[in-house]
Design a protein around this ligand. Structure first.
Ligand code: NAG
Ligand code: NAG
Ligand code: NAG
Ligand code: NAG
Ligand code: NAG
Ligand code: NAG
Length: 442
């Protein structure tokens, strides 16, 4: 514990650092070797501060379990993951007097019809999906913040996947159920790749909380889950195919099946990817949807994640230059998406989805004419405080720290808050409280 004066100084230092409000990326894979090497540019201090604050913010609502939901899956087990397809609505006109049907009866009686892009407000009455998003971000950010503080990642993984009372069965039989008499499931868990990122970091850092027992159990769980993904018809058919590959490739990495991981990546790049980008960079399947700006960026995040996974699994591979049938690369899809006005489709709220994608492409391909950084600097001036700025490197921007690091024990020399440019972004009472708690664990 620090003496009160030092604690106060540390608090001021932390409060000065840029802390962005937490936002969850559609997906990402963070190279564990880069993180473990710890050679971060001295401009990443604000990104680190965000990571610590996000880890604490997320941890405060964990652990999570599929058994938290208020109802039982059709199998009779709460330990089966369950969620409802968000755009499907009941059409009870053909089934008689609907005023007498309880919600539970509607779910199994009325045919459900797709209204793409229109959320059914009852979709979150069971929220395994929200819990899993929180879990995956919490595992990733706790693992990333490991050199800065205590971490809860191992405990969270154990509660969600492994504990005999709270652990999830390794299937998605009841995920994104469309409901109705024939409704079936099979999607979700795309952010499993974030959990894999986190676990690889814990393993490589030899985190003592990540015990041999947890590691063996998680491998066994993942082996079963891979079998489900590869053999169950619900696992194989998936309209967010790029995300499905995110999980499969990552799951194989987790169980050390590197050749399997590379083979799954090749299946993506030689398969559905081939039709996903036109010669002008347009993503035709995403453009046709009702929220095209969101879906272009959503699929970009998945393609970027697949490329990062393949590059990690096989450093000699060249996913970033892989072309579709039309001769286009992921970068072409990025460049085209940057020219789209989200307001044109009434999607002003989706504007932030493009930022981590741009950072990823700039870090990978370089930014010789500065167009990526110029876009970020204009639309998202705080981009160097975003967590992804830590790993989307090299990328211009950020404040080079000159002070002594208050948090990083990995020796990267990044201090915080010594810059005169004090910008506190999205700092509310909650985040301030978390900053205080971050200081307490220093
Ligand atoms: C709703 O059900 C009725 C009766 O079965 C049918 O005529 C109608 O086409 C359905 N509406 C939609 C949008 O599917
Ligand atoms: C449905 O049944 C209830 C109770 O029997 C009745 O009061 C109501 O009028 C019926 N509604 C329709 C649309 O038939
Ligand atoms: C997920 O975390 C957010 C805070 O980021 C919290 O508001 C929400 O209730 C959590 N949801 C679940 C299902 O845990
Ligand atoms: C897009 O719409 C939002 C609000 O709906 C507005 O604040 C913003 O300025 C618009 N952007 C452009 C480029 O027109
Ligand atoms: C694409 O291929 C060129 C030529 O082999 C190589 O120099 C470049 O690094 C590749 N791009 C990426 C982003 O790996
Ligand atoms: C930050 O790193 C860059 C590149 O390594 C170096 O040129 C610069 O002097 C460093 N700045 C500070 C303040 O340490």
């Amino acid at each position: 514990m620090l003496p009160p004066t030092l604690l106060f100084i540390a608090l001021i230092q932390l409060a000065r650092a840029d802390v962005l409000r937490f936002s969850s990326y559609a997906n990402d894979f963070v190279d564990p070797d880069y993180i473990v090497a710890g050679k971060f540019p001295n401009t990443t201090g604000e990104a680190k501060a965000s990571i610590v604050s996000w880890a604490n913010y997320l941890s405060a609502s964990g652990p999570w379990s599929v058994t938290d939901k208020p109802m039982v899956a059709p199998s009779g087990s709460k330990q089966d993951y369950m969620s409802w397809a968000p755009y499907w609505w009941p059409n009870c006109t053909g089934v008689g007097n609907t005023t007498e049907l309880t919600p539970e009866q509607i779910w199994v009686t009325c045919p459900y019809v797709n209204r793409d892009g229109q959320f059914n407000p009852d979709r979150l009455t069971i929220n395994d999906i929200g819990a899993f998003y929180n879990l995956s971000d919490a595992v990733l950010y706790n693992a990333l913040a490991f050199s800065f503080q205590d971490n809860h990642a191992a405990k969270f993984v154990n509660t969600w996947f492994l504990d005999s009372q709270t652990g999830m069965n390794p299937n998605l039989n009841y995920a994104q159920m469309q409901r109705g008499p024939t409704g079936q499931g099979g999607r979700d868990l795309k952010s499993f790749v974030k959990i894999v990122s986190g676990i690889l970091i814990l393993r490589k850092r030899k985190c003592t909380d990540w015990t041999a027992e947890i590691d063996a159990k998680m491998n066994a769980w993942t082996q079963k889950y891979i079998i489900w993904l590869e053999t169950n018809p619900l696992g194989v058919a998936d309209n967010h195919g790029s995300f499905c590959y995110n999980q499969l490739i990552a799951a194989k990495l987790l169980v050390n099946d590197v050749p399997g991981s590379v083979a799954a990546s090749d299946k993506f790049f030689n398969g559905i990817y081939q039709d996903q980008i036109n010669s002008n960079g347009e993503q035709p399947f995403e453009a046709a949807r009702t929220r095209p700006y969101h879906y272009r960026n959503y699929n970009l995040a998945a393609m970027i994640t697949n490329a990062r996974l393949l590059k990690y699994a096989d450093p000699t591979s060249d996913p970033w230059n892989r072309t579709t049938k039309a001769g286009a690369t992921i970068k072409d899809a990025m460049d085209m998406t940057m020219t789209v006005d989200p307001n044109a489709s009434g999607e002003a709220r989706a504007v932030g989805e493009i930022f981590p994608n741009i950072a990823a492409i700039a870090a990978t391909h370089g930014d010789p004419d500065g167009k990526y950084v110029a876009f970020l600097a204009k639309a998202f001036p705080e981009y160097a405080s975003d967590a992804s700025f830590l790993w989307d490197q090299p990328l211009a921007g950020g404040v080079a720290a000159t002070g002594v690091s208050t948090t990083n024990t990995a020796g990267s020399g990044a201090g915080k808050g010594t810059s005169a440019a004090v910008r506190i972004t999205g700092l509310d009472a909650t985040v301030l409280a978390l900053l205080v708690s971050a200081v307490v664990v220093l």
